[in-house]
Design a protein around this ligand. Structure first.
Ligand code: AHR
Length: 498
């Protein structure tokens, strides 16, 4: 069998992990909201119309922050359409997805839903058709206690206490020609800066995220990011990154997505650090990877002017789940700068959770690696000294065939190790040395693998692709031999001996 070695040492901590790296995203897109999280007619809906079966799948996923309401939807959305008595809310055309928006779910419903889902909101303001003033009014409606026009309106609408949303995004993908009222870097940067000033005047305790490039492939990348950062540096706390991958016929390339994401993050970090120097700032700009996932965008079929159309309902395979696992290793290994990340999205539209209208819930393959890392990859992340072979790829050259992640939670005394084997032909024996954490007891070992990389879960066979328990030969000590199946994702959890 092929051999590899990984050494982790307690003295080589990368960073504490901000739990918000396990965030997700609900956009008014397809059936994410309507017949996804909100379906008053469903037999398991609660008194507010929220599907409790979906809430429970989300609670089990441990998602500490959810971005809302978009996405591309945001740039043509007037938040005022979604407040007040439901029967008076207007039906509108949504320019982003060419759907009908009934506005039966708005910012107040989101606040209630987020509380029930054990999460907090990351609220995005419209900088497409919207103005800095509209954004200020939304912040006033949500975060000011009382005594002004918009805060008193919220109270009139039945919400005495402010929602107190802490994280706010200054628009969405404003570099993209597909965006309603997209802008040049200079125009966006000025609009974002002026909006940021208003939002922080309204509530100085909030944190702001400016739009970075929509992807590495944009012609304006990374010049867009430089311009935005230099113009907005003193006013913002994060620059955003968005990144999607899809299988296009080359397995080695696709499985190496984790490597590409690392490169993207490093370029944005470098650009942010350049802007820090240029603006003579002491502040280190943090990163918000507020959209990432596997997305089969080329297969997307837009259905014109329907309400809650089934769009972008990707059915994820075992290989997709392996890629999601790999991307998570990259995100958490960069936790010193990536403080927030949102799996895009959460329900139905390019999502790990799928619902039938008036029916059941299905967990796609990608649900599982996300759940494992989100639940157990807590505390701090440690450097992995990894020695393994490389795989030749067409897109990225030679890429290490293993992607690893080591975390330790001081509170629980648990050490978690995650590893993706991207080699589709060979099993690999990995010698894992965990130094300076004391004697460890292996408490759980699970693997996601299989002969068919294209296997999916379905309502007929909902557990076809789920992690399986493994028994390890050696259960305690500081050195462990892990047999990594070809094309697999493995999680091993250890507890410090008391
Ligand atoms: O998540 C789906 C879409 O991807 C979002 O609306 C947009 O921001 C991105 O292009």
């Amino acid at each position: 069998m092929k051999q590899a070695r990984c050494t982790v040492n307690r003295h080589f901590k990368i960073s504490d992990i901000d739990e918000r790296v396990y965030g997700s995203f609900i956009e008014h897109m397809g059936r994410a909201v309507y017949t996804g999280i909100y379906e008053p007619e469903h037999k398991q809906a609660d008194e507010q119309g929220f599907r409790t079966d979906v809430l429970s799948a989300i609670q089990d996923l441990n998602v500490p922050i959810v971005r809302y309401p978009g996405g591309n939807f945001l740039s043509g959305y007037d938040w005022k359409d979604g407040i007040g008595p439901k029967q008076e809310r207007p039906k509108r055309l949504d320019y982003a997805w060419l759907s009908i928006e009934t506005n039966q779910f708005g910012i107040n419903e989101f606040a209630d839903w987020a509380q029930k889902a054990n999460t907090q909101g990351m609220i995005a303001v419209n900088l497409g058709t919207g103005t800095p003033q509209d954004a200020g009014y939304l912040a006033e409606y949500c975060n000011v206690a009382q005594g002004t026009y918009w805060s008193d309106k919220r109270r009139e609408h039945g919400y005495e206490q402010p929602h107190a949303f802490k994280v706010w995004c200054l628009g969405n993908e404003m570099d993209g020609p597909w965006q309603t009222c997209s802008l040049s870097a200079e125009d966006y940067a000025k609009k974002a800066r002026e909006t940021a000033k208003i939002l922080k005047w309204v509530d100085p305790s909030i944190e702001l995220v400016a739009c970075g490039s929509s992807s590495k492939e944009m012609d304006s990348f990374p010049e867009w990011d430089r311009t935005v950062l230099e113009t907005c540096y003193p006013y913002i706390d994060y620059i955003s990154l968005h990144r999607y991958y899809e299988y296009e016929g080359d397995k080695a390339d696709f499985l190496a997505s984790y490597y590409d994401l690392d490169d993207f993050i490093h370029t944005i970090k470098a650009t942010a650090d350049y802007a820090k120097a240029k603006t003579r700032s002491d502040k280190v700009m943090m990163l918000s990877l507020d959209e990432w996932n596997v997305w089969y965008i080329k297969h997307m079929d837009t259905k014109r002017w329907q309400w809650a159309p089934a769009i972008a309902e990707d059915v994820y395979s075992l290989m997709d789940a392996l890629v999601v696992g790999g991307l998570l290793t990259t995100i958490v290994n960069n936790a010193d700068r990536v403080k927030m990340a949102c799996l895009a999205q959460l329900v139905n539209a390019l999502a790990p959770i799928h619902t039938q209208p008036n029916g059941r819930v299905l967990k796609h393959t990608t649900y599982y690696p996300f759940q494992q890392v989100s639940q157990f990859g807590r505390g701090s992340v440690y450097k992995n000294n990894l020695r393994c072979d490389s795989i030749p790829t067409n897109k990225y050259g030679h890429v290490p065939e293993l992607a690893t992640l080591s975390t330790f939670d001081e509170n629980s005394g648990e050490f978690a190790f995650f590893v993706l084997n991207t080699n589709i032909d060979d099993d690999i024996e990995l010698l894992l040395s965990i130094e300076e954490f004391g004697e460890l007891q292996c408490i759980d070992q699970q693997v996601l693998s299989g002969d068919d990389l294209f296997a999916v879960n379905s309502f007929e066979s909902p557990e076809k692709v789920i992690p399986k328990k493994q028994t390890s030969t050696q259960t305690s000590g500081t050195e462990f031999v892990l047999a990594l199946a070809k094309a697999s994702w493995t999680m091993v959890r250890f507890k410090q001996a008391s």
